[in-house]
Each structure stands twice: as structure tokens, then as C-alpha cells.
Design a protein around this ligand. Structure first.
Ligand SMILES: Nc1ncnc2c1ncn2[C@@H]1O[C@H](COP(=O)(O)OP(=O)(O)OP(=O)(O)O)[C@@H](O)[C@H]1O
Length: 296
């Protein structure tokens, strides 16, 4: 079975709050997706719909062509890892792994044991007595070892320190290569995780602002630096996301196709065109002043 995710005109309301508005998204199986958006953009809401924690208020959500909500066959193939409150969890680490092994069809216990070692998790300690970073490491251990066709991490790494997050990122890449599946990473740590993404979905105020392969998105953003007048000339027909000026030197972040012609123009008039980071693009594409102007 191919686990395509299709969202067609999906809207999700909580009372008066429209958390998602007319979402149309197709996620192909086997890719690593980055889901980014500012606070309250609707990321967790979208992911909770994928995990069947709730049903859309309107629209269709199908996984593998089937309606996903309360569909046991589909749900056994979806894992959502999120920050969990373990303050009452008396089960030990070992017991949590055994439970996952019992209930998850593709759970790989050997791999889970490897991850437990990598993350230095004490098998005999009660989960409520783990540090918050260790609890996150336990969550991602189970999330990865489940080997679900759709594996979603919703900011599941927040308690982890930087070296532990690095281990997690490396495992995502390596295990995805060995066992390709759809992995969705929702994060605010954009600059740290951008190299993991094949495609990026940017949510903004409940709507999909951008969904495309990361390479194509990155090609559309550029910094242009040079004498202020020349930079103004170059950027006259482009979307300018941000501007910095120091004396006579100006630097702008532009968004739009940089054709060969445009690149030649840059050379001719002596302005320097350089790359921008996904984080910078994200910040400026979703800034208050730009969000009404950039449409794609
Ligand atoms: N259970 C709920 N009841 C009412 N409103 C909710 C509920 N859950 C989310 N919302 C609202 O829906 C909107 C989207 O929230 P959501 O948690 O999906 O955003 P998010 O992108 O995950 O945000 P963050 O990055 O801050 O975690 C917000 O306005 C939020 O207040």
C-alpha cells in the first residue's frame, strides 16, 4: 500500500478559532518533510488530524486513498511523537519498549535497544523519573523504532540538549535511508534541521503559504548586496522581503525567480547575489509586513 497523504479543502475549527483554513496538500510517500510555521500557525492541529486524534471540521483527509479518521488499519501505520506529560508514568523504560513491541506491527526491538544505548537511557528507571531530555529521547526512540509508514515528530526533541539532538538527526537520516518512509518533522529549530528536509511546508495563520522541494524554494530566495542605487535597480521588479543599509551599501533579501538574465544583470551592474538560509526566508516570508504580499 502506498501511503499518500491527501488533504482536500481541510478546515479545522475550535469553536470560533479557525486553526486550519482550506488546506490542500499532497504528501508523497517516502520523503522527509519539514513543517514550519510561527506560533499558532496550525502545525500541531494539522499533525493531530493526520494521527486521527481529531476529525476535520470540513474537507477530506485520506491516507493511502482511505478516509483516515478512526481507520484502524491506517492508524496502525501512523506514529505521532509529541511532547508528553509523563509526570504520572510509573512504567519503566523497559516496559514502555515492551508495550510498543506488542502494539506496533513493524516495531524493531533491536533498533530500539541500539537507540537506548545511544541516548544512554536507563532501562530500569521509571519514566516519570527521567529528565525531560531523556523523556524526549525515549519518545523518539519509540517513534523511530516503530518504523511506521508515516512517522511524525511534533517538536518532540525540545527537551534534548544539542548533542542528543544531533544523534536524533543522524538517526533520522540513516534509518530513513535504510527504511524509506514518510517522516514529518515539525520544528522551530529551522536552522538546525533544514538539511534533513526534502520538502518544506510552511503554514501561516492556518493556511499553506508554501509547499515545495527545499532546493526549489532556496533557489527563489537570494540576498543582493551592492551600491544602494544599483541594488534598487536590480530589485525593482522583485519581491523584497527585507532591507539593510549601511552608508551607501545596501543589502536586500529578494524572493522570486532569478533568471539567467537577472544574474547577468547583477554582473553587469556590479551587485553581488548570494544565498539565504531557510530560516531567514521563513522569518521574512511570514513576517507581519510581508505575509499579505507574497502569494505563490
Ligand atoms: N484545543 C484547542 N482549543 C481551542 N483552540 C485551539 C486548540 N488547539 C489549538 N487551538 C488554536 O488553534 C490555532 C493553531 O494552534 P496549533 O497548536 O495548531 O499551532 P502550532 O503551529 O502548533 O503552534 P506552536 O508553534 O505555538 O506550537 C491557535 O490559534 C490555537 O490557539
Amino acid at each position: 500500500m502506498k501511503f499518500d497523504i491527501e488533504m482536500n479543502q481541510v478546515t479545522m475549527k475550535y469553536g470560533d478559532v479557525e486553526a486550519l483554513k482550506n488546506i490542500n496538500v499532497h504528501l508523497q510517500p517516502g520523503k522527509i518533510y519539514g513543517l514550519i510555521g510561527r506560533n499558532g500557525a496550525g502545525k500541531s492541529t494539522l499533525l493531530s488530524l493526520l494521527a486521527s486524534f481529531a476529525e476535520p471540521s470540513q474537507g477530506d483527509l485520506t491516507i493511502g486513498g482511505e478516509n483516515a479518521f478512526e481507520n484502524a488499519a491506517i492508524m496502525s501505520q501512523v506514529t505521532l511523537v509529541y511532547e508528553t506529560d509523563y509526570s504520572e508514568e510509573t512504567e519503566k523504560v523497559k516496559g514502555m519498549l515492551e508495550a510498543a513491541e506488542r502494539y506496533r506491527p513493524n516495531f524493531d526491538r533491536e533498533y530500539a535497544d541500539e537507540l537506548v544505548k545511544l541516548f544512554n537511557l536507563p532501562l530500569d528507571r521509571q519514566v516519570k523519573k527521567l529528565s525531560s531530555g531523556m523523556q524526549s529521547a525515549l519518545n523518539v526512540t519509540i517513534g523511530l523504532a516503530n518504523r511506521s509508514s508515516i512517522t511524525i515528530f511534533d517538536e518532540a526533541y525540545l527537551g534534548m540538549d544539542a548533542p542528543t539532538r544531533e544523534i536524533f538527526y543522524k538517526e533520522v537520516l540513516e534509518d530513513h535511508t535504510k527504511h524509506p518512509r514518510t517522516i514529518i518533522l515539525s520544528t522551530h529549530l529551522v536552522s538546525e534541521m533544514d538539511y534533513l528536509f526534502e520538502e518544506v511546508v510552511i503554514l501561516n495563520q492556518g493556511e499553506v503559504l508554501i509547499h515545495e522541494p527545499i532546493d526549489e524554494l532556496m533557489e527563489r530566495g537570494a540576498s543582493v548586496t551592492g551600491a544602494a542605487q544599483q541594488v534598487n535597480t536590480f530589485a525593482r521588479d522583485m519581491d523584497v522581503l527585507s532591507t539593510q543599509q549601511l552608508g551607501g551599501t545596501k543589502s536586500v533579501m529578494v524572493y522570486g525567480e532569478l533568471t539567467d538574465e537577472k544574474r547577468k544583470e547583477a554582473e553587469r551592474i556590479g551587485v553581488e547575489v548570494g544565498p539565504v538560509s531557510l530560516q531567514d526566508l521563513f522569518i521574512h516570508l511570514t513576517s507581519e509586513e510581508n505575509q499579505n504580499e507574497i502569494t505563490k
